[in-house]
Design a protein around this ligand. Structure first.
Ligand code: RBF
Length: 250
């Protein structure tokens, strides 16, 4: 499984680090071929190993020096979420994101509020990718199931309706011990925030490449340009406000 995923990610990174024409052209076919190999049966893994190891690898050459990244984080489960945000910050820093001026971090009360805040931030057109970061822990009632499902669907909706990559940085765990293993590198755990930071940079680069692709058919680039006219993404769109240099809300 790990090898398959690694192949898939390598194929994507190879495609995105080559020319724009390749990134969303025929080269992406080889990525989908690699994906099918990632569905091959895997050897059993213990939950401790799964927590401790990242199951995904990233290119060492992700260049985020011109990217603006938004992080929306909950106050629920504050300590764990802060650890995750620290992981995100370390990862984007490694990718040369200017964390002083190009990393926007905003709190919301709980995970249920994340999709709404993500939509506002995406519509502001001031960020290239968003990470929604929170922790849901199962309690005695059905709240966990309802919130978890709504948030998961809500975040995907914002991805597709705004064409802004919104990274799913929400842990859904049965207890605090499971959270601790996934939000910190301590005690054999792995901070998944680190992977979410790298994912945000990789997807923001992919979006930039799609945006710069022009010509007949247009693909994702044309779709994004259509959204800009409607006021999503500030650059030059009708109904768009003053262009902002800093990432943030309206
Ligand atoms: N928000 C979280 O981010 N994580 C949780 O584990 C969590 N558990 C909740 C459990 C209950 C019983 C309730 C009422 C709310 C919980 N929330 C949690 C808050 C939720 O995401 C949201 O902020 C509130 O429901 C207000 O919309």
């Amino acid at each position: 499984m790990m090898l398959g995923r690694t192949l898939f990610v390598s194929a994507l990174v190879a495609a995105s680090s080559s020319s724009v024409a390749n990134a969303f052209g025929p080269a992406s076919l080889s990525a989908s071929t690699a994906l099918s190999s990632s569905l091959a049966p895997s050897s059993p893994t213990t939950s401790l190993q799964m927590a401790a190891e990242s199951e995904v690898s990233f290119s060492d050459n992700l260049d985020g020096s011109t990217l603006r990244i938004g992080v929306l984080r909950t106050r629920w489960n504050e300590e764990h979420v802060t650890n995750l945000v620290n992981g995100i910050t370390a990862a984007v820093k490694e990718c040369k994101v200017d964390t002083e001026s190009n990393l926007f971090i905003k709190e919301v009360p709980g995970a249920y509020e994340l999709p709404y805040a993500a939509k506002l931030l995406a519509m502001s057109g001031t960020v290239d990718a968003i990470i929604c970061c929170g922790v849901l822990i199962k309690g005695e009632t059905y709240h966990f199931e309802y919130i978890s499902e709504a948030v998961t669907k809500g975040i995907m909706d914002v991805n597709l309706s705004t064409m802004t990559p919104v990274i799913y940085g929400v842990l859904n765990c049965l207890d605090e011990e499971q959270v601790a293993k996934r939000s910190s590198d301590r005690n054999g755990g792995h901070n998944h925030g680190y992977d979410w930071g790298k994912t945000a940079v990789e997807m923001a680069i992919m979006r930039r490449e799609a945006l710069s692709k022009t010509g007949a058919g247009g693909g994702a680039g044309a779709k994004i340009k259509e959204l800009e006219k409607m006021g999503f993404g500030v650059k030059g769109g009708e109904g768009a406000g003053v262009e902002k240099s800093k990432p943030g809300f309206f």
